[in-house]
Design a protein around this ligand. Structure first.
Ligand code: APR
Length: 233
């Protein structure tokens, strides 16, 4: 019951909710150039384009619903209260599935932030940010997103959490983006690591440590959660 479980998710867990992944065929980065919408330079040279990009993704996020994989993780947290979620996703589907203890590494699409104080967040009502609106501190609000090339403020905490894991469950990530992708290396040698993805990622030196479950999230996650409850409850 007191197993420390860390669930590490990427875009793949939200794919069956209808939200695009980034690097699958037809993914987001085939339709938009990262340098146009997700870098500090893009924000400085063409902020309206960035705002429009995140408005479209926010509209899709609010129209989407959590899927059986999100709900299975909530069930896992009910049985194992020490379960912590660390996500690369900016959607709020974990929270809307009833999960708590959700640590976002790359920001949250429902929030905007001051440009003077990155910790000064504002919850956006609805899907549309209007570029030019200002934070109370006078700075123009920006999406609360970690752009490529920016620091990942929550990564240090994420590593501390991962280093305490008895079990790590990795779901729907290509493990392409650092430092997030290195989170696996912080799990203790004694930890059980499971990875759920319909496509086999390149695990390199980790291949022999990871129990790979080749499945879509809505199939693999509920089955693994039930197996862990059966084994450890
Ligand atoms: N169930 C589970 N996994 C799936 C599913 C599904 N139904 N469909 C696709 N996947 C897997 C893909 O096989 C791939 O391994 O999800 C993964 C998606 O990989 P990416 O598109 O690279 O997304 P992610 O790993 O989350 O990207 C990390 O990159 O662009 C940045 O900030 C962005 O947080 C993002 C980061």
């Amino acid at each position: 019951m007191n197993k420390k479980i860390v669930v590490f998710t990427g875009a793949g867990i939200s794919a069956e909710s209808g939200l695009g992944t980034f690097r699958d065929s037809g993914g987001i980065w085939e339709k938009f150039r990262i340098e146009d919408v997700c870098t500090p330079d893009a924000w400085h040279t063409n902020p309206e384009c960035c705002v429009e990009f995140y408005n479209l993704r926010r509209r899709d996020t609010l129209a989407a619903e959590p899927n059986m994989a999100h709900f299975a993780i909530t069930k896992l947290q009910e049985v194992f209260p020490n379960t912590q979620i660390i996500t690369q996703n900016i959607d709020n589907l974990h929270e809307r599935a009833g999960s708590n203890n959700v640590l976002h590494l790359h920001g949250e699409i429902t929030k905007l932030r001051s440009q003077k104080d990155p910790s000064a967040l504002v919850e956006l009502e609805g899907w549309e940010q209007h570029y030019g609106e200002r934070h109370a501190d006078g700075s123009i609000l920006r999406p609360h997103i970690v752009f490529f090339g920016e620091d990942v403020p929550n990564f240090t905490l994420a590593c501390e959490i991962a280093s305490q894991a008895d079990i790590m469950i990795v779901i729907g990530t290509s493990l392409n983006v650092y430092p997030a992708a290195s989170l696996l290396t912080y799990a203790p040698v004694s930890a059980e690591i499971y990875l759920i993805d319909p496509n086999e990622p390149t695990l390199g030196c980790y291949a022999d440590r990871v129990g790979f479950i080749q499945a879509k999230a809505t199939e693999g996650v509920p089955a693994l959660v039930d197996a862990l409850i059966e084994t450890y409850q």
